[in-house]
Design a protein around this ligand. Structure first.
Ligand code: CO
Length: 219
């Protein structure tokens, strides 16, 4: 077992090793906050963002929550996304889920877990949207597929925000990706749901002020 004092000691060793490898590492890093990637992932301790994509500190702006949700009422996630897109000017938003996600598993069960039940409720909605397909699968396939569908839904959710659509409207090159990580082999898979423009968004969710906007309808 590690106690917190051990963590502080590990940190001193890490800092010293970094300086040995590159004496200007922290100096450069502290003067630089221009990551190209916003990562929205699960809080699960087995899916550390920077590490699994081989990126040093400073390269990826990270938001994590239970089951990698993008809820349009979540000021935390929306604030991270807005800062990343409008201020840091990230080029890519990557929604990353993972197989065997405890949040997705809990959403598939009927057990009461406390306040987190509210948080994962939308995963139950996703299940119901795909109920027929999911219930034609065996249990493992169903779990895997719901983890994927959950990512795909969050890709849509982030694309439904003004944050992403404003960026596209002003001509920023912003791409939204949906990936999933397999805990068993450490490999990320692209779910091929990449979105790059308002044309990738269902008309009802387009919120642009530009001429020809789809909503609200002309009176
Ligand atoms: Co998870």
């Amino acid at each position: 077992m590690c106690d917190p004092a051990q963590l502080l000691e590990n940190n001193r060793d890490w800092s010293a090793q970094k300086l040995l490898d590159d004496p200007t590492f922290f100096e450069r890093l502290s003067g630089l906050n221009s990551p190209e990637f916003l990562w929205i992932g699960c809080s699960d301790s087995r899916v550390p963002a920077n590490e699994i994509v081989g990126l040093e500190p400073g390269r990826v702006f990270v938001h994590r929550n239970v089951a990698n949700q993008v809820a349009h009422t979540d000021l935390n996630c929306l604030s991270v996304a807005q800062y990343a897109v409008d201020v840091l000017k990230v080029k890519h938003i990557i929604i990353t889920g993972h197989y065997d996600c405890g949040g997705v598993r809990a959403a598939m069960g009927g057990q009461h877990h406390g306040i987190v039940d509210n948080w994962i409720r939308s995963i139950r909605d996703t299940y119901m949207l795909h109920q027929n397909d999911l219930e034609s699968m065996d249990e493992q396939q169903r779990m895997d597929r719901l983890c994927e569908l959950n990512v795909i839904r969050q890709v849509d959710n982030i694309c439904h925000t003004r944050i992403v659509q404003n960026a596209w409207e002003r001509g920023d090159a912003l791409t939204v990706h949906g990936w999933i990580y397999r805990l068993k082999d450490g490999v990320l898979h692209d779910l091929q749901v990449t979105k790059t423009s308002p044309q990738d968004v269902a008309p009802l969710y387009r919120v642009t002020n530009a001429e020809g906007c789809a909503w609200p309808p002309a009176s």
